[in-house]
Design a protein around this ligand. Structure first.
Ligand SMILES: Cc1cc2nc3c(=O)[nH]c(=O)nc-3n(C[C@H](O)[C@H](O)[C@H](O)COP(=O)(O)O)c2cc1C
Length: 251
């Protein structure tokens, strides 16, 4: 158990849902299964924010948040300021989003850029190596936890998420966040085999329970969460059938 972790002190969980599918997000299905375990005692205050519903302008690149207005963005009339407040006051922050082009969806990147004010100022450090954060957090709080839950279409989560992991290692530091990376999830949901879905999701609920107790998941636990629901052969057949039926709908 992490020494600074007390499950009873955890009060607030913020979920940023970065899928344009909003409530219909396949990733959110996994996130909700995880939340069910995390909040088994039903004592947590959980807020889900849909990134696509926010009014967030792209970063202006002025770097004022590191200089003239240190710690604050000059754009004050959109939804970043309230989001930043929510982030600062959450004990656990979960970014829940699909993998897009081996990275985060655009809306999440725009939000990430606008949160530069939360990072410590760059002062000429060497580029990060060995999983260090590129320059650390302005408001570092050792009790706060950051979790990324993402689903993708590929079967091999390790390969598909390589660039996203590198990016998050550089932003957060390798051991400062928990990546829960899930392949084939959309197809699993599309098949509507409720028994199989429930069985598959159960491991995420258990992981949520474990996370609440420990404040982290081991690399073995994370690897187990990345196992695909289907064999490669079955998955190819499901996908071919799916696209054929979708194309037929277009005729
Ligand atoms: C624009 C776009 C890009 C995508 N890029 C990838 C990708 O690089 N790798 C991958 O495995 N899946 C990719 N996918 C598939 C989604 O990650 C996958 O279907 C995901 O489970 C959808 O999650 P959601 O329902 O929460 O939005 C992409 C989907 C879209 C729409």
């Amino acid at each position: 158990m992490a020494t600074n972790w007390n499950p009873d002190e955890i009060k607030k969980v913020l979920v940023i849902n970065g899928s344009p599918n909003r409530e219909r997000s396949n990733t959110l299905v996994v996130t909700k299964a995880f939340l069910a375990g995390l909040n088994e005692d039903e004592k947590l205050d959980i807020e889900i924010v849909n990134a696509s519903d926010l009014n967030v302008r792209p970063c202006l690149g002025c770097l004022s948040c590191w200089g003239r207005t240190a710690g604050e963005c000059v754009i004050r009339n959109d939804d970043i300021l309230p989001l930043k407040e929510k982030i600062l006051h959450a004990d656990i922050i979960i970014a829940s989003y699909p993998l897009y082009f081996f990275s985060m969806p655009g809306v999440m990147k725009v939000i990430t850029d606008r949160l530069l004010s939360m990072m410590a100022t760059y002062e000429g450090q060497k580029a990060p190596e060995n999983g260090q954060s590129f320059h650390g957090f302005r408001y570092y709080n050792e009790k706060q936890r950051f979790i990324v839950i993402s689903t993708c279409a590929y079967t091999e989560a390790k390969a598909a998420y390589q660039s996203l992991i590198l990016q998050h290692d550089a932003i957060c530091g390798k051991n400062n966040y928990t990546p829960i990376l899930v392949p084939q999830m959309k197809t699993l949901n599309d098949l509507h085999n409720e028994n199989k879905i429930t069985r598959y999701l159960n491991k995420f609920t258990l992981a949520g329970k474990t996370f609440r107790q420990q404040g982290y998941l081991s690399s073995e636990e994370l690897e187990n969460l990345s196992k695909p629901p289907f064999t490669e052969g079955a998955y190819k057949i499901f996908l071919n059938n799916f696209w054929e039926s979708e194309r037929n709908k277009g005729k």
